[in-house]
Write a protein that binds this ligand. Structure first.
Ligand code: SF4
Ligand code: SF4
Length: 284
């Protein structure tokens, strides 16, 4: 009789659960090059081996290539609990490409947890497809819950071939993010909120974000200090200090549980969170 492989338990996701991070790793499949919004801190033009930050990858893979690379990786190590898609763009911008990848992964490796990280714009209306493709964990990046602040962070939001800017863009995105988080929780998925801490832009607004996303039903929140990237409107902002991050996380931990061990990984990161990402990039 064929023995079905048991799925990892939800608390084996190393990013959502600090205790799991010492034993269990993740792999990001970099199959999502495009994005449907433009954040003022993001520049994805760098294909790079040495830099370790979100949006960077050695290369963008086709779904079949990603599966080949994953199969090879899983032959080499048994500590991978999660397959995620975290860019280098937004995984739901080209939904077909992401679903093709996830369905193939879930069919061949049903034991693995599956995770997607998104800005949330294109999530409402597609949650059932993601669940059917095996998705268990979703991260939604929410940098503002006041569109007057959001309009300083997002220079554009594009959907159905129409591009929006300013307050209108920030309002559209915020509405989708709320709908997305509520819909994910209705279907029982684990939801993490990523918030990029942008000094002078949203620092004083972080408690309001924490209270709001908790009310939406999110499980946990990950405040990420800005990594200023050249050739972006926020290139000249300072990165928050460690002391500021400690203070921010402490001041909002009463609203929603905080994540303290995020490594701000590349879109092709591999392994335990304590591994060196610049070495552990997914290889074809
Ligand atoms: Fe970059 Fe992500 Fe913002 Fe898109 S949503 S612009 S990929 S940071
Ligand atoms: Fe996990 Fe943070 Fe890395 Fe995402 S960026 S995989 S949440 S450690």
């Amino acid at each position: 009789m064929i023995k079905l492989r048991e799925r990892r338990s939800l608390d084996q996701h190393p990013c959502f659960h600090g205790k799991a991070s010492a034993s269990w790793g993740r792999v990001h499949l970099p199959v999502a090059p495009d994005c449907n919004i433009q954040c003022n801190y993001c520049n994805r033009l760098y294909a790079c081996v040495n830099e370790s930050r979100p949006g960077v990858t050695r290369s963008v893979l086709k779904p079949a290539e990603a599966l080949t690379a994953l199969n090879r990786l899983l032959q080499q190590r048994a500590d991978i609990a999660v397959v995620g898609i975290a860019g280098p763009g937004d995984p739901l911008c080209d939904l077909d490409r992401t679903l093709e990848t996830l369905r193939a992964v879930h069919a061949i490796h049903p034991e693995l947890l599956i995770c997607v990280s998104t800005n949330g714009l294109n999530l409402p209306g597609h949650i059932d497809e993601l669940v059917a493709a095996g998705v268990t964990h979703v991260t939604v990046t929410v940098n503002a819950v006041d569109p007057h602040i959001g309009q300083q962070i997002y220079s554009s939001v594009t959907e159905k071939h129409q591009t929006y800017q300013g307050l209108e863009a920030a309002n559209i995105l915020l509405g989708r993010q709320e709908e997305a988080v509520a819909g994910l929780k209705q279907r029982g998925l684990m939801v993490k909120i990523n918030t990029v801490v942008l000094p002078g832009i949203n620092t004083g607004h972080i408690p309001a974000i924490a209270a709001k996303v908790a009310a939406w039903g999110a499980d946990t929140m990950n405040c990420i200090p800005l990594i200023p990237v050249h050739d972006t409107p926020f290139a000249e902002l300072e990165t928050p200090t460690e002391a500021e991050m400690v203070y921010i996380r402490k001041s909002i931990s009463g609203h929603i549980p905080q994540i303290y061990h995020c490594r701000r990984c590349r879109a092709d990161a591999v392994g335990l969170l304590c591994d060196n990402d610049t070495v552990g990039v997914l290889a074809l």
